[in-house]
Design a protein around this ligand. Structure first.
Ligand code: AMP
Length: 216
């Protein structure tokens, strides 16, 4: 199975993809997490990516495609979170999967209105080490500033600061929303209103994905 989770920044793709991966054994592929690891390790890709990420811009398609390509045939199945984010990426994913005779099995669009997104992003913090996200209002870490999972530092992402958030929304509208149109032209896209508690969204998602998928 290859499932694409689409949705604007702050829709909860990362949180839900983690849970779906836990419940299904599928591999969670988050291009954002992969890039943050590259930045933390100071690799060439990380150095290049950081300046785009900090301002809320997209990292060039060629770098993203090269980074993700080797993972898409993972036999455990993959949950794609944050990829594809441009039409070029969506077409290159189709082409790469075509070459190995595998389809995108499902596309799920997680929809949330803009005021709610801004509210979520402005109270979001993440673990610097394992990338677990927290919401300071609804779901803070048990000990302030310390990750429940790995005891790493919990921080505000540079791209969750107000100017970067504004730019990420603009980039989403201009470059990523057309990916939704692209998939809607070619296949059924499951629509999920990603509002309510994480448990409620998870229930909606598993139901939407449900048919034929190895969920338990
Ligand atoms: P995310 O954690 O998915 O919100 O991604 C954080 C940042 O990483 C984005 O704002 C982009 O700068 C970069 N990024 C993640 N995925 C992609 C992608 N598929 N294409 C280009 N840039 C990406």
């Amino acid at each position: 199975m290859r499932i694409v989770l689409l949705g604007p920044p702050g829709a909860g793709k990362g949180t839900q993809a983690r849970r779906l991966a836990e419940s299904t054994g599928m591999t969670h592929l988050s291009t954002g997490d992969m890039l943050r690891s590259e930045v933390a390790s100071g690799t060439e890709l990380g150095l290049l990516a950081k300046k785009f990420m900090d301002s809320g811009d997209l990292v060039p398609d060629s770098n993203i495609i090269a980074m993700i390509q080797q993972h898409i045939d993972d036999p455990a199945g993959v949950l794609l979170d944050g990829f594809p984010r441009t039409i070029v990426q969506a077409k290159s994913l189709d082409k790469a999967l075509d070459q190995i005779s595998l389809p995108v099995d499902q596309v799920v669009h997680m929809a949330v209105d803009i005021d709610e997104l801004i509210r979520r992003l402005s109270s979001r913090v993440v673990c610097k080490e394992c990338h677990t996200p927290y919401n300071l209002e609804l779901d803070p870490p048990l000990e302030s500033g310390i990750c429940d999972q790995c005891a790493g530092d919990v921080i505000v992402r540079d791209d969750d600061k107000p100017d970067a958030v504004k730019n990420r929304m603009k980039v989403y509208e201009e470059l990523t929303a057309p990916v939704l149109d692209y998939y809607q032209l070619h296949r059924n896209v499951a629509e999920v209103m990603a509002t309510g508690t994480p448990d409620a969204v998870f229930a909606k998602l598993t139901k939407a994905i449900g048919s034929g998928a190895p969920f338990n």
